[in-house]
Design a protein around this ligand. Sequence first.
Ligand code: GLA
Length: 738
Amino acid sequence: MNITYNEQNRVFKLDTAHTSYCIGIVDEENFVGHIYYGRKLEEDNLAYLMRTAEAPFVPSQNNRDRTSFLDTFPMEYTGNGLGDYRESTLAVRTMGGHSGVSLSYVSHRIYDGKDELPGLPATFGQKAECKTLEITCEDQALQLQVILSYSIFADSDAVARSVRIVNQAKEPVYLTKVLSACIDMDQEDYEMITLHGSWARERIIQTRPVMKGKQSVSSVRGESSHQEHPFMAWKKKTTTEESGEIYAMNFVYSGNFLAQIEADQFGSMRAVMGIHPQDFIWKLEPGGSFQAPEVICVYSAEGIGGMTRTFHDLYRNHLIRGEYKDKKRPILINNWEATYFDFDTDKLLRIAKQASALGIEMLVMDDGWFGYRNDDNSSLGDWQVNENKIRGGLKYLVDEVNKLGMKFGIWVEPEMISPDSDLYRAHPDWAIAIPGRTGSLARNQYVLDLTRQEVRDCVYEMIAGVLRSANIEYVKWDMNRQLSDLGSYGLPADRQGELLHRQVLALYEMQDRMTKEFPNLLLENCSGGGARFDAGMLYYSPQIWCSDDADAIERLSIQAGTALIYPLSTMGAHVSDCPNHTVGRVTPFETRGYVALAGTFGYELDVTKIPEEDRNMIPQQTAMYHKYNDLVRTGDYYRIAHYADNRYYDCYEVVAKDRSEALITYIQVLGRPNFHSRRLHIPGLDPQAVYVIENAQDWPEIRQTEYRGDTLHHAGINIPPISGDFKGRLMHLVRKQA
Ligand code: GLA
């Protein structure tokens, strides 16, 4: 890891273990240009790549064709409205009503470590673990300072970028667009990978060619969303799981976003990512500053899998925090699909008793314990225990659960307010709404206006009061509607455009407060399933509920898309009841266990009511979790086959960092008639080591149990045909001692 500045040719070079990122300063006007991002280079004399010898360069000597220059030159971060007609990254509205911005280099600073981004989630590292380059640019006419920040890590090939804007003028300026990162490069026939979905089918991988014009994913829903994800990658057509070049950007932010690639007239492309400019206008007072959230850029020459493993390691080591960062999580049982709103102390204790006897370690009480909430029409905002249901009080329930040797967790939805609640009746102006308009309800609820300190304090105190009242060791923080009707009774007219971003900052502040007051709490974020499964939330909670769809087969796609970026340790995954409540599918209990094993692992069913043969399997499943979770949580993840591509089977692998063992999950989605064994190639092993199938008893059809790592990788192994649909098996390979 190193950051250098070559003063002679005015080139910055950021080197990670396998990549280089180069930035150049050009012309008398000190434009900050992008030179190169890719495989590591020794050379730093790269200014020749900037096409400064080609017409119409350079503006200071040939102002005649300034717009042609601005419209083609590869910029590190762009101005607006002066001739670069590609997507801009920064735009303003001055008091005079103008939108033009032009940025020039002023100075730079290279330092060990990485500063926090005030109020925002961001990757972090000690002084010895990372280095940061800050390039200060300026628009002289606006007296606006723009500080571009780039951090690199000793143990990662990622580059973390962010931008800070400082108003040095004597009058306010409105920021109408502040994206966080831009990469301009030549368009080499790339394909773009993005994630798409809906409720119950989040983050399904989609690949499409990068065409001329703009292609984007975005959210204007006030959260990162079920529908599209703040991530994009672009790769060569020939890039596979294991080899070839790929670039990616992922946003460490949980609100509106734009991620876009624009391929232009000259065969160049511009990739940008940041807060979506729609409904965003930020007033910056003289002396004020605005910090844009962080974008993680990754380049890998080792295929899509290389990109994935770079994100996993970065997030495990430099984003996720707290007590459970590196710890095995307690196996939980959540009562949502077991009881929905129909529960009381007795019912919960019956579930807990049975669960604890089977090896389950924590009971989570989901929605319905507060106010007078017996369905989803009331009481959000009234965070007082309903003692008609929780008879004997919360402390009694928690103590009884603790006596069984189990931990206790609770569900909350702090950002919301039901029209039918005491809180709303007392403070109708605390909901986000436009005066004079009937508010749009979703799930019969409004969003609380958390931009107001008194609202944050009130809700926080109510919920913290509950957490303080008993030994609660886990919180599921839910968020069940997207934002609309953007209006705040707490913000002046000229700051209404700040509402969406301020709401996200408020959420971060509240989670920060909770994790500081309850440092041992295991926090799991959730949003109608996985609508806010993003890198921003991972800074506060080491795990996030992946999806309300816990069907084992649907989960194969949902978890494959999620694990494209996020470590398996972060994916909330449970064994649920059958027929599955979302799709009605019936899958074997074993298979549900194997699929949940790829995440945090837990149960979402009434353990007192499921068939006895399933219940009897739970002790084996919890033992399986204890046996494999260290490996699953900390290892390197490899996708081997996906049934969405091949129609029949799914296979993935986790290899220990020291390559001493590997766990392969094989799920046959559909049985195939009249078919021989299936050849699978097993990557990631130590090529020279010999591996033994440790659980050979689960593979009676395979007679040989020892193989060299390189043989398994290149020649592969034949997986015998399995009769039936939705069947799964694990293969545990253990390196033989030399
Ligand atoms: C959301 C969550 C579910 C459950 C319900 C409760 O949909 O994703 O897991 O907690 O809310 O209302």
